[in-house]
Write a protein that binds this ligand. Structure first.
Ligand code: G
Ligand code: G
Ligand code: MN
Ligand code: NA
Length: 254
């Protein structure tokens, strides 16, 4: 309960920040976007990982306002990068179940886009399979409303959830993100490689794009490229960075 109060106060005081992890287009090696990941800059200067407060924010319902802040802040940041000449950049934000199913999620998304003048296709919402399977029919309706706005939708941590092919084909999504657990072992475990390759193949047959997460080595990168994976994210290229350092990364790659 103390932590809950602290999170609420931190939101009022503006102690949350977003870091940005590059997404790289594997065809040309260029940064095509980033995933926004929240951090809590505490009074004593330490950066708190979301693993330590997102679950609590979900339980208490604070995730609804915290999540709305994340979407607004990501759009604000994207506006400033677009103004600086980076018009092709896309930003992805993570969405949690309680936030997704809360009354006016659709309104939160469209308001943030309008407030900052961001084309909808530049914003991507990352949802997880397990979250969508809580109530598939309601989920499909919400996903369709979000698609009407024009935002991109991706399935995060793909391969670790429960959705069968029947539902997968009914979710109006754009992208599958191969879970880190497969990517980590991709060049050492035939099973992990087989799963990753199957996900790439499945995505392409469904006309979806596919992103590998957690790429840490050149060997993993080479393997994914040889299997026609579209994009990658991971420490091999860049860790999640504060906004100014992410901009530096963009400028260096120019
Ligand atoms: O970078 P990492 O330690 O940032 O993230 C840990 C976990 O927190 C991941 O599962 C990630 O998806 C989640 N996470 C990071 N930022 C957000 C956010 O803004 N909203 C939600 N719901 N989850 C987030
Ligand atoms: O659940 P989601 O996929 O959104 O969470 C992303 C998490 O993965 C964040 O905690 C992020 O910091 C972390 N991450 C990103 N790239 C790598 C990587 O190359 N290796 C590892 N171990 N973690 C990563
Ligand atoms: Mn994610
Ligand atoms: Na993931």
């Amino acid at each position: 309960l103390d932590l809950e109060r602290a999170v609420r106060r931190a939101l009022e005081r503006g102690e949350f920040v977003l870091h940005y992890q590059a997404k790289v287009d594997l065809r040309n090696g260029l940064v095509c976007g980033a995933e926004a990941l929240i951090r809590w800059r505490r009074e004593n200067g330490t950066l708190e990982s979301p693993a330590n407060f997102i679950p609590l924010a979900e339980k208490s319902g604070l995730i609804v306002s915290l999540g709305a802040w994340v979407i607004d802040e990501a759009c604000r940041q994207l506006r400033s990068w677009r103004d600086a000449g980076w018009g092709d950049l896309c930003l992805a934000v993570n969405v949690s179940a309680r936030q997704f199913f809360a009354g006016d999620f659709h309104g939160v998304v469209s308001d943030a886009l309008h407030r900052h003048g961001i084309p909808a296709q530049c914003l991507e919402l990352e949802v997880t399979e397990s979250m969508l399977m809580e109530d598939p029919e309601r989920t499909i309706a919400i996903l369709h409303r979000l698609k009407q706005i024009g935002v991109k939708l991706s399935l995060d941590d793909f391969g670790t959830g429960y959705s069968g092919f029947a539902y997968l084909s009914r979710f109006p999504i754009d992208t599958l993100k191969i879970d880190q657990s497969f990517v980590r072992n991709i060049v050492v475990e035939p099973e992990a490689a087989m799963i990753a390759v199957s996900i790439i193949d499945l995505a392409h047959r469904m006309r979806l794009s596919v992103v590998a997460e957690g790429v840490e080595t050149e060997a993993q990168l080479g393997y994914l490229k040889s299997k026609d994976c579209d994009q990658m994210q991971g420490y091999f290229f860049a860790k999640p960075l504060p906004a100014d350092q992410f901009l530096g990364l963009l400028q260096d790659g120019k």
